[in-house]
Design a protein. Structure first.
Length: 449
C-alpha cells in the first residue's frame, strides 16, 4: 500500500473530489486463497477478486510483486474508466521504468509487448524503455570492487521557480562558503580513505548541486584536484553565467572530461520568468568556451516551463540539436513541494508537455542520438519522463550506474547520499549527510560556525 496509491496520484489532476465528497478509498484484504480489494469513490464501491494461487509465486518476494502488480492493474483500469484518460506509462509507477524490463528478461519473449499488454504502457514509451535497455548493454557491470563518487555543492546564484532541491542562494550564505569548502574537502578526504581501506577502484566522478560553478575558481581547483582519478569526471556547470574561462581552465587541468551547460530553454522571456539571471547569448558563449577546451558537453532542456507552448520547446530543441552536444537531456517539468511554482498552484497537465516530449524522442532519434538512461518523478507533467540522450561513444557512465543502481556511489557534501550496492545479495544500504549547509559544516568539522 506504499506503492499502489501512486496509481491514483498519477490520475490526481483528473480525479477531483469536491469539498463535501468522500475521499477516494482503497482497501485490500487477502488470505492464503483469495485476494480482494475495493475502491470507494464517493458513495460508489467497486469490488475486485482473484484466486491468489493464480500468481504461482516462487517465493515471498515474487508473491508480493505479483500481488501488487495485479492490484495496480485493476486500479489503473478503474481510474482509466472513470476519467477516460490513458497515461503514457499506464500503471507502471516508480522512478525507474527500466526496472520492470530488466526483471522480465528470461520470462517473456517480447518484453515490449508485455509492457503494453500487462502494464498499459503506450507503445511509444514501451519502445523508449526498450531502446534505453539496448543502449545500456555493455555498461551494466555489477563490480563489487568499483565505486563511483558524487560530490554535492548545493549552492546557486538564484533559485529557479521550478526548483525543489535543498540549495542555498549564494548571496545569502556567502560568508560561510569558505567553511563549506573546508568541510567538503575534509569529507572528500574521508571518502578517499574509505576507498583505500575497502579496496574500491575509483569509477566515475560527478560533481552536482545546485550549481557547483557558483564557487570561485580557487575553491573549484582545490575540490577537483582531490577528485582527479583519471577517468570519467563530470561537473554540473549548470548556469552559463557562472562558467568563466578560469574555471573551465581549472577543470581541464584537473582531469574533468564532461560539463553540463544548461540553458533549460532558448527563450530569454522564459528565462526571466523562471528566475534565471542569464540570457540565451550567455549560454552560447559558455557553450563555445567549453567546446573550445575539448570537454564533452551535456545540454539540459525542460519541457513544460511556464508560459511556453509547443513551438517554444520545438525551437529550443532544434537549436540545441544544431550544436551537436555529446549529451542532451530532456526533462519534463516536475513541481514538488518547495518549488515556487508549486506554491503558486501552477499545473501543467493539458497534454502539451506530452507533445513536446514526443517531438523530442522523434527528433533526437532521427539526429543520431540514443536514449541511454531515464527516470520518472512524482508530480511530473502529463505523467511523463526525464531522458538522457547520447551521441555514439559519449555515454555518461555515472548516470547509468546511479539510475540503475548497479554500482556503489560514495558521496560527500551537504544533502548527499552514499549508496552501497550489494548486487549478490540483492540489497542497497544508504547513508545520508546532513541536508542543511550549516548543520553539515557543524557535523563535519565538529565546531560552531
Amino acid at each position: 500500500m506504499n506503492d499502489v496509491p501512486e496509481v491514483i496520484r498519477a490520475f490526481s489532476p483528473y480525479i477531483v473530489v469536491s469539498d463535501e465528497g468522500t475521499p477516494f478509498i482503497i482497501k485490500v484484504v487477502s488470505d492464503e486463497r483469495e485476494l480482494d480489494f475495493f475502491v470507494k469513490d464517493g458513495e460508489t464501491e467497486t469490488y475486485f477478486n482473484t484466486d491468489i494461487k493464480a500468481f504461482a509465486a516462487r517465493d515471498g518476494e515474487d508473491l508480493k510483486r505479483k500481488t501488487k502488480a495485479w492490484v495496480k492493474e485493476r486500479l489503473y483500469s478503474y481510474c482509466n474508466k472513470i476519467t477516460g484518460v490513458n497515461l503514457p506509462y499506464g500503471c507502471l509507477t516508480g522512478v525507474r521504468p527500466t526496472a520492470v524490463y530488466y526483471r522480465s528478461i528470461g520470462s517473456y519473449s517480447n518484453i515490449k509487448q508485455h509492457l503494453i499488454n500487462d502494464y498499459f504502457v503506450e507503445e511509444k514509451r514501451a519502445d523508449l524503455i526498450e531502446r534505453v535497455v539496448e543502449t545500456q548493454k555493455g555498461y551494466i557491470v555489477r563490480d563489487p570492487h568499483r565505486a563511483d563518487v558524487f560530490v554535492n555543492i548545493p549552492i546557486c546564484p538564484t533559485r529557479c521557480s521550478y526548483c525543489s532541491f535543498i540549495s542555498a542562494e549564494l548571496n545569502r550564505i556567502r560568508k560561510i562558503v569558505p567553511k563549506y569548502v573546508t568541510a567538503l574537502l575534509k569529507d572528500i578526504s574521508d571518502l578517499k580513505k574509505e576507498m583505500a581501506e575497502k579496496g574500491y577502484i575509483p569509477g566515475a566522478v560527478y560533481i552536482g548541486g545546485g550549481t557547483p560553478t557558483s564557487l570561485d575558481a580557487e575553491a573549484l581547483d582545490r575540490i577537483t584536484d582531490e577528485l582527479n582519478f583519471g577517468g570519467e569526471f563530470t561537473v554540473e556547470a549548470g548556469r552559463p553565467d557562472t562558467m568563466t574561462e578560469d574555471k573551465l581552465e581549472v577543470f581541464r587541468r584537473n582531469g574533468v572530461t564532461r560539463v553540463s551547460v544548461n540553458p533549460q530553454t532558448f527563450s530569454d522571456e522564459t528565462l526571466v520568468r523562471i528566475g534565471r539571471k542569464h540570457t540565451v547569448a550567455d549560454f552560447y558563449a559558455a557553450f563555445d568556451r567549453a567546446k573550445s577546451l575539448g570537454f564533452d558537453i551535456n545540454i539540459d532542456l525542460i519541457a513544460g516551463l511556464p508560459g511556453e507552448v509547443f513551438d517554444d520547446f520545438k525551437n529550443s530543441l532544434n537549436r540545441a540539436v544544431e550544436l551537436r552536444p555529446q549529451n542532451l537531456t530532456v526533462h519534463s517539468l516536475s513541481l514538488k513541494r518547495g518549488a515556487v511554482l508549486k506554491e503558486q498552484n501552477v499545473r501543467v497537465m493539458d497534454g502539451s508537455v506530452k507533445e513536446m516530449c514526443d517531438y523530442s524522442i522523434d527528433t533526437l532519434l532521427s539526429a543520431g542520438y540514443s536514449p541511454y538512461y531515464m527516470y520518472r518523478q512524482k508530480n511530473i507533467a502529463d505523467g511523463l519522463e526525464n531522458v538522457g540522450y547520447s551521441l555514439p561513444g559519449h555515454i555518461n557512465r555515472y548516470n547509468i550506474d546511479y539510475m540503475e543502481e548497479t554500482t556503489t556511489v560514495l558521496s560527500a557534501g551537504a544533502g548527499s547520499v552514499t549508496k552501497y550496492v550489494y548486487s549478490a545479495e540483492g540489497r542497497i544500504e544508504r547513508k545520508s549527510k546532513a541536508k542543511g549547509i550549516e548543520e553539515y559544516i557543524r557535523r563535519t568539522l565538529g565546531e560552531p560556525i
